[in-house]
Design a binder for this molecule. Structure first.
Ligand code: HEC
Length: 149
């Protein structure tokens, strides 16, 4: 082993160890998939999904009140999507406005009609997701509640 290698090798190993340590102690990576932070639109979607989940939880508890109105949805048509995500200029705004209208309808619905209004909202998520970003469809399909009975 040359003199120089003897110096560089331990340094290289040390650097690798530090990187490994930083990786495990660093902030959790989104499913370990990529290092780029989620887009504005992806963050909004998480907020919308969390909102829908809490509406559903409230329905199953027969809560008097709905969770707070999801104020972020007004930015649905303007939030920046993930780079290279295809956003169709005709259908996306149509689906987006439909979703916003379904949120409004839910907040205006009589308490007995909330479950149907909620299902219409989930249907609106599904409508957009059949043409845009089909990944979350499995999750969305499980979000419907039983009405009546
Ligand atoms: C108008 C179209 C549209 C509507 C309505 C819509 N989505 Fe999305 N959704 C998208 C697009 C486009 C993306 C990809 C966003 C990105 O990566 O920037 C996305 C991404 C997502 C994601 C992945 C977010 C992430 O962490 O990367 C989830 C989960 C999701 N949507 C759930 C929902 C749910 C639940 C609803 C209804 C409450 C909904 N979506 C309504 C278009 C829509």
């Amino acid at each position: 082993m040359t003199h120089r290698l003897r110096l560089i090798l331990p340094l290289a190993i040390l650097t690798l160890m530090v990187c490994a340590a930083l990786r495990t102690e660093g902030p959790p990576l989104a499913n370990g998939q990529d290092l780029t932070p989620p887009s504005e639109l992806a963050l909004l979607m998480r907020e919308m999904a969390a909102h829908a989940d809490s509406v559903r939880a409230g329905l199953s508890r027969n809560d008097k009140k709905l969770p707070p109105y999801p104020a972020g949805v007004k930015t649905l048509l303007t939030a920046t999507p993930t780079k290279d995500m295809h956003i169709d200029p005709i259908t996306y705004p149509t689906f987006g406005k439909d979703y916003q209208a379904k949120v409004d309808a839910l907040y205006k619905a009589a308490r007995k009609d909330r479950a149907s209004a909620y299902n219409a909202l989930v249907q609106s998520c599904a409508n957009c997701h059949t043409t845009h970003c089909p990944g979350p469809m499995m999750r969305i399909k499980k979000m419907y509640v039983k009405v009546g009975g």
